[in-house]
Write a protein that binds this ligand. Structure first.
Ligand code: DGT
Ligand code: CA
Ligand code: CA
Length: 574
């Protein structure tokens, strides 16, 4: 079992215990254990394989959790988790996916109304059964109905990072099959779309039959939907569908281009080819008149045959990329290696799991020049947000740490920052005394997501107008597959941000990717800077920067459009 799965099971145990009304100390220890495991850089499996003591001494993992980890590594399951699941109805954990419903509310809904699934919750809300319960009103009923609709609208699609881990696993598996020379992903995955309908994988192989046999027998496969010599489709246990195509070398480029999509891009490209007297399909590019094949082995050839340079997959959405390519005006897209630092990182002081020391060491491994420490302000109580005294103390600690870095000859520095809440009335959740000492104030909305369009826009604009913010964090508040963006007039927010020199964040958490691609492109057009940050709560999250960079590429961003491609001096001087 991998760390991620063990962390998920611990988090579910905490949820289940909380719904049941279990011992708060125990609930906290499982929840904390889950966060710690998510943040580990080494796999529990390999620590365990090193010997009996391998799992000892992990902070936050006591004897009881350690025993459960060993049980999961040995037996692949956790009896305690299974028992808890048996005690409660199967659909109850799904209630927690509805925005606004936490374990306490789920427990209340279950005990008072017997609600044990999302469908039942929807029925109860629509039947006005909720507003008499403590802490719920008519407004909550409406919000729950909306949240469930949102959940449905996005379900059926898979989050990018879930799909990506499956894809990597399948690619490694297929590469090992004798006679397989090339394995590539196509479709929305190759375009780094933020959610995926299914996975598309292409291979070149000598013997398709061997490949297809291995494919449908992959241990994650639940059902084979279809199995042929050139194409097979399977559904995985997780519900994700994977399409595999076996191709010949001489048509691979055309197929890769075709199956990478998007469909809209392909249609525009096909129309262009037609105007040139050419026919383009998954087998190649052909002249209309004679049917002669003029391209197909590589993607470059395919694009060249219609008079275009190769177009990076992230741009292939028919949002102007073909016209730009024609004019030689494709953007020189941002690369992961352009990123010089991270401007949104949490420590143990709020809800992160690492110390300054650990973060500095990890960031230097990334080759970063700086990291802005941006712990929560006190409005975010559950995240142990900092009040003035703690914030001032942290600022001193960072100064002292930077002094030590300097003495030891290190180039790396911390920036003094905060993720400061923009309160419902648009004021900031830190005193001017704190704000004036910061290098990097990141404004954020963490509550009151259901405000009207006018109120939310006004709130954010007021926050920007304080003149104290440097960056606006996760500007639309969406959680992919969980919660839709709050209502906000982003045009107005962007205009105000531009006026006050505030950069917009592209939060790299794969569930957020907020700003989305379309807003990124718009921000660039308006001349705003985007800060691509990880919002790391553990050093293991720092690598999420790749998701942010690819999302930014989908938004046409270049190095010059991104704040944290700049060096330490330039960033601090802002
Ligand atoms: P997804 O799976 O919904 O996240 O999105 P895609 O883009 O991966 O779509 P998928 O898996 O249905 O098909 C893969 C690619 O195949 C798609 O991006 C473009 C190509 N394709 C599929 N259907 C059509 C079509 O009807 N016309 C054209 N021109 N291309 C298509
Ligand atoms: Ca697909
Ligand atoms: Ca597909």
């Amino acid at each position: 079992m991998e760390n991620q799965e063990i962390a998920r099971i611990f988090s579910e145990i905490a949820d289940l215990l909380e719904i049941k009304g279990g011992d708060p100390f125990r609930i906290r220890s499982y929840r904390n254990g889950s966060v710690v495991i998510e943040g580990l850089t080494e796999s529990l499996k390999s620590l365990y394989e090193k010997g009996a003591k391998g799992l000892e001494g992990i902070p936050g993992i006591g004897l009881s959790l350690r025993e459960k980890i060993i049980e999961m590594l040995d037996a692949g399951k956790c009896k305690y988790h299974d028992e808890l699941l048996k005690e409660l109805p199967a659909g109850i954990l799904d209630l927690l996916k509805v925005s606004g419903v936490g374990p306490k509310k789920a427990a209340l809904l279950y005990k008072e109304l017997g609600v044990a699934s999302v469908n039942e919750l929807e029925k109860a809300a629509k039947g006005h059964k909720l507003h008499d319960l403590p802490g719920l009103g008519e407004k909550s009923e409406q919000n729950i109905i909306k949240a469930i609709a949102g959940l449905r609208a996005v379900s059926g699609r898979f989050n990018l990072h879930v799909a990506l881990s499956h894809a990597e696993d399948f690619k490694a598996y297929l590469k090992k099959i004798p006679g397989v020379s090339t394995v590539e992903s196509a479709g929305s995955l190759r375009r780094w779309k933020d959610s995926l309908g299914d996975l598309d994988i292409l291979v070149i192989a000598k013997d398709p039959v061997v490949v297809m046999d291995a494919f449908v027998n992959h241990p994650d496969v639940k059902d084979a939907i279809s199995k042929g010599e050139t194409k097979s489709s399977v559904t995985l246990k997780s519900g994700l569908q994977v399409d595999l195509r076996v191709l010949e070398k001489k048509t691979f480029g055309a197929a890769w281009q075709y199956f990478t999509g998007s469909k809209e891009h392909n249609i525009a490209l096909r129309d262009r080819a037609k105007r040139m007297g050419l026919k383009i399909n998954e087998y190649g590019v052909f002249t209309e008149k004679t049917g002669k094949r003029i391209a197909g082995e590589t993607e470059e050839d395919v694009y060249k045959s219609v008079g275009l340079p190769w177009i990076p997959p992230e741009l292939r959405e028919n949002r102007g990329e073909i016209e730009a390519a024609e004019k030689g005006g494709l953007p020189d897209l941002l690369e992961v290696s352009d990123i010089k630092g991270d401007l949104h990182v949490h420590t143990m002081e709020s809800d992160g799991s690492n110390t300054l020391e650990e973060i500095a060491a990890a960031a230097m491994k990334f080759g970063y020049q700086y990291v802005a420490i941006t712990d929560h302000s006190r409005a975010v109580g559950i995240a142990h947000g900092l009040d003035e005294a703690r914030a001032l103390k942290q600022i001193e600690a960072i100064d002292a740490f930077n002094e030590r870095l300097k003495k030891s000859g290190k180039k790396f520095r911390f920036l003094k920052g905060a993720e400061v809440d923009i309160r419902a009335d648009g004021t900031l959740d830190h005193s001017d005394r704190v704000l004036s000492k910061l290098d990097c104030a990141v404004g954020a909305i963490h509550s009151g997501f259901n405000m009207s369009l006018a109120d939310m826009t006004g709130r954010i604009i007021k926050g920007i107008q304080t003149g104290k913010l440097n960056i606006l964090a996760h500007p639309t508040g969406r959680l992919i597959g969980v919660r839709e963006a709050y209502q906000v007039d982003m045009e107005a927010v962007m205009d105000e941000a531009k006026k006050h020199g505030v950069a917009l964040e592209l939060n790299s958490y794969p569930e957020r990717l907020d700003l989305n691609d379309v807003y990124c492109k718009r921000a660039k057009e308006k001349g705003l800077l985007v800060a691509i940050s990880t919002d790391s709560h553990s050093i293991a999250h720092l690598s999420n920067i790749a998701y942010g960079v690819h999302a930014a590429r989908r938004g046409w961003l270049e190095k010059k459009d991104v704040l944290n491609t700049r060096g330490l001096k330039e960033v601090r001087g802002r």
